[in-house]
Write a protein that binds this ligand. Structure first.
Ligand code: MN
Length: 619
């Protein structure tokens, strides 16, 4: 690097450090000292990196920190903003940051890192809503959303350094995810600038068109005229107010016009005035003054002071007919309402000690219902409020959608049946957990496997997805069949040899049951129940193709094989059999038979025809 360039770099960085200092001059001495240490730490960590624009990398976090500070962010947020890319892009660790700057800063940086790890593909409306939900869940703390909004804003301000295609993709993503999210936490100013820059990057042609419409000199003239008239009018009424005005921003004009399917120039709020007063009472007095000046347009008055919007937004809104014929929207609010609308609630307080009078900001989103907001807000509210699904992240950063209540096993089976079958546990956010652990949105899950594993039937209790339950059930069926066969063979063995059965693969309890059955101490039906093979509900009637058959016969060589053959001829399948020696050359056989629906009687009748059979009945 040339000495000249190094000097230029140093001067630029120094200038930006000064701007951060200016934006944070109201911080305590101790906080400013921490901030200085964070700046030095950030400089060291990013020393070897440059932005696409060629600037030293530290310029980016410095700018992000300044935006956060100017949005009302407190010391921890500003310090975290300085450090927001260190864990993701450098050797720095969360532990290191925690030991230097405290756990609060570490938590915020960790949130930034988690959010940064999520890949956002070109989102459709549904995907975008999911992404916002995921980001909110990952951020956990709304201050992280503020830092990431500032991060995105600086990236959008410097987007010209990227290729047009890359800029377009980032613009689309910003319009779908980050702009609306900034709005959700009340960062109105950041949202507006984000969307303007993103609109231009994503749809340059439409941007130019809409901007052309909005730059119409007539609108500018209406704005100037109305501003002056209102200002004078309020002064003559001895109402002290700050009056400002604006032409609608291109993206919101474009979006609204498209939604209403009308040309941009026909929107009713292209020209807007804002009046800021010092008390709620004055808001209503100013409203009267505005309506005495210009006739209100019908049906356009909204009292968001009496009924705040979901994000605590408060204002009076009215539209009036300017003599030029252009509709002018007027918003009236107090300074406090204004600060909240511009900088949001998120920036100003620590959410660890939430104000008991104020529901959590997320709760605000969920409680929201306002028919005047677009479907989008409803869909976000629904998404955020949905208890029906969760989003879980794979080690590769992809997201998987699962029903709420899903466990590690559901996730494993959702990825692949083999992964589910061999799932021995997982790491969730780096911590080892059991297969039964319930997952929540934002969890990053890595499945651990054991190829020798056979899914135990009890797994079904931990699963809510159909896919997982079906897979486990099929294993259970196979296992039961094996167990029944073993039990049947054991009973045959014990009956024939008069010895107590000893069988691999079944438990002590079952062995005991079989032994008692073999000694004739318990009834067959009870033994079957203890062995867990008693058919339940409709199965017992045979209506669905499963029947327990009891056969008494004169024992002879080959009897069992012949009965089995007959049942097979009827389309039946013996899944369990047991033999009890009744003495005097008699025996009792129990068969559990699956068969086509309606074939039960055929099975029973055919079995009765077998030589030596005395009695056939269902159990
Ligand atoms: Mn960044």
């Amino acid at each position: 690097m040339s000495a000249k360039r190094a000097d230029g770099d140093a001067a630029l960085v120094q200038q930006q450090v000064q701007e951060v200092r200016r934006a944070t001059r109201n911080m305590s001495r101790a906080d400013r000292k921490r901030l200085q240490l964070a700046i030095e730490y950030g400089k060291r960590q990013h020393a070897k990196q440059r932005r696409a624009s060629g600037e030293p990398y530290i310029c980016h976090p410095l700018e992000v920190a300044r935006i956060v500070a100017e949005s009302g962010g407190q010391a921890d947020s500003v310090i975290a903003a300085i450090l927001h890319d260190t864990v993701e892009d450098t050797q720095a660790t969360i532990e290191d940051i925690e030991s230097r700057f405290g756990s609060e800063v570490a938590t915020l940086v960790d949130g930034c890192t988690k959010v940064a790890e999520v890949r956002v593909s070109t989102p459709d409306a549904m995907e975008a809503a999911r992404m916002r939900k995921l980001l909110v869940a990952l951020a956990r703390d709304p201050r992280v959303i503020v830092i990431k909004a500032a991060d995105r804003l600086h990236n959008m301000r410097t987007i010209k350094a990227l290729s047009q295609e890359k800029a377009r993709r980032i613009g689309i993503e910003t319009l779908a995810v980050h702009g609306p999210l900034a709005g959700r936490v009340g960062l109105t100013a950041i949202k507006a600038e984000l969307e303007d820059l993103a609109f231009e990057a994503a749809h340059p042609k439409e941007y130019e068109e809409v901007k052309g419409e909005l730059d119409d000199p007539r609108l500018q003239e209406v704005l100037r005229g109305a501003l002056g008239t209102l200002d004078q009018h309020l002064e003559s009424q001895r109402l002290y107010a700050k009056v400002s005005g604006r032409i609608k921003m291109p993206w919101s004009a474009y979006k609204k016009a498209r939604q209403l399917n009308i040309p941009v120039r026909e929107l009713h709020d292209l020209v807007g005035l804002r009046v800021i007063v010092s008390s709620v009472t004055e808001c209503y007095i100013v409203l009267g003054a505005v309506h005495s000046l210009w006739p209100p347009a019908e049906g356009r008055f909204k009292d968001y002071i009496a009924q705040p919007k979901f994000n605590r937004y408060q204002s009076l809104h009215t539209s009036v007919v300017h003599p030029s014929g252009v509709l002018v929207e007027v918003q009236i609010r107090t300074q406090e309402m204004h600060d909240r609308a511009e900088h949001g609630t998120a920036a100003h307080r620590s959410y660890k000690n939430a104000d008991p009078d104020e529901p959590a900001w997320l709760q605000r989103l969920l409680d929201h219902h306002d028919e005047n907001d677009s479907d989008y807000i409803k869909s976000v509210a629904r998404e955020l409020g949905s208890d029906e699904e969760i989003l879980v992240i794979t080690p590769q950063g992809d997201t998987t959608i699962l029903p709420s209540g899903s466990s590690v096993l559901d996730f494993a089976y959702a990825i692949h049946t083999d992964l589910g079958d061999s799932c021995s546990g997982a790491e969730v956010n780096g911590q080892p957990v059991d297969v039964s652990t319930t997952l929540k949105t934002g969890d990053r899950v890595r499945i651990t496997t054991d190829p020798t594993l056979t899914p135990p039937p009890s797994w079904i209790d931990f699963c809510v997805t159909r896919r997982a339950r079906t897979a486990i059930r099929s294993h259970r069926k196979r296992a039961m069949r094996r167990q029944h066969q073993a039990a049947g063979e054991a009973i045959v063995a014990s009956a024939t040899l008069g010895a107590s059965p000893s069988i691999d693969g079944i438990g002590e309890q079952q062995e005991e049951t079989l032994a008692r059955l073999g000694r004739g101490e318990i009834e067959v039906a009870d033994a079957l129940a203890e062995l867990g093979v008693r058919p339940e509900g409709p199965h017992a009637t045979g209506a669905t193709g499963r029947t327990l058959i009891e056969v008494e016969a004169n024992d002879r060589h080959g009897l069992l094989a012949e009965v089995a053959g007959v049942i097979a001829q009827c389309g039946g399948d013996i899944v369990f059999s047991s033999t009890t020696n009744l003495g005097n050359g008699r025996c009792r056989e129990i068969f559990e038979v699956t068969h086509p629906p309606g074939a039960r009687d055929t099975v029973l009748n055919s079995t009765r025809q077998v030589a030596g059979v005395i009695r056939v009945a269902t159990v």
